[in-house]
Design a protein around this ligand. Sequence first.
Ligand SMILES: CC(C)(COP(=O)(O)OP(=O)(O)OC[C@H]1O[C@@H](n2cnc3c(N)ncnc32)[C@H](O)[C@@H]1OP(=O)(O)O)[C@@H](O)C(=O)NCCC(=O)NCCS
Length: 165
Amino acid sequence: MPDLETARLKLRKFTLDDADDLYRIYDNPEVMKYVGNGARTRKETEAGLLSMIQHWQQHDFGMWAVIHQQDHILIGRCGLCFLDKTTEVELGYLFDKFYWGRGLATEASLAALKYGFEVVKLKRIVAVAKPENLASRRVMEKVGMKYEKDAHYYDSDVVYYSITL
Ligand SMILES: CC(C)(COP(=O)(O)OP(=O)(O)OC[C@H]1O[C@@H](n2cnc3c(N)ncnc32)[C@H](O)[C@@H]1OP(=O)(O)O)[C@@H](O)C(=O)NCCC(=O)NCCS
């Protein structure tokens, strides 16, 4: 059972069986250009997958596996997690390049924000991106987040956006 459904997507929790699909996405240097240290190995992918599963178990919110309803495949991840070494909650998203530019990150993010405010009862959600990641900044703007400041998280200079209930 998915946790959330949008017009084109299903958002469900990850399982260890998603490693192959996630690795297919994380293996692409273009997708990972502005994320962490770039393309991930299979081992790094498995560690990341486990940490997303554990985040849900520990905090009752986290990153969902995003399933394309028509194509029946895992096309990315979107959801909420703690911002680097803080108690603030961050919106995050990452999609398979084939599915970029169709409004899917915006669609998934709106559902994730609604869940954050209505189910998790958050008062404020933030998002960060490397300044040159214009697609990510545009998604933040399209979901109603506002630029607040330049900041430094995950060992990187970032732009910091927020939305308050
Ligand atoms: C960021 C990302 C999730 C966006 O996914 P998406 O499904 O293509 O997003 P959407 O289609 O909802 O919106 C993208 C917007 O960015 C715009 N955009 C894309 N590339 C752009 C660029 N190089 N410069 C300016 N705007 C750009 C699109 O035109 C669109 O805006 P519009 O609807 O006003 O035309 C996707 O590019 C991705 O997975 N990137 C790699 C992972 C990543 O960087 N994640 C974020 C880390 S902070």
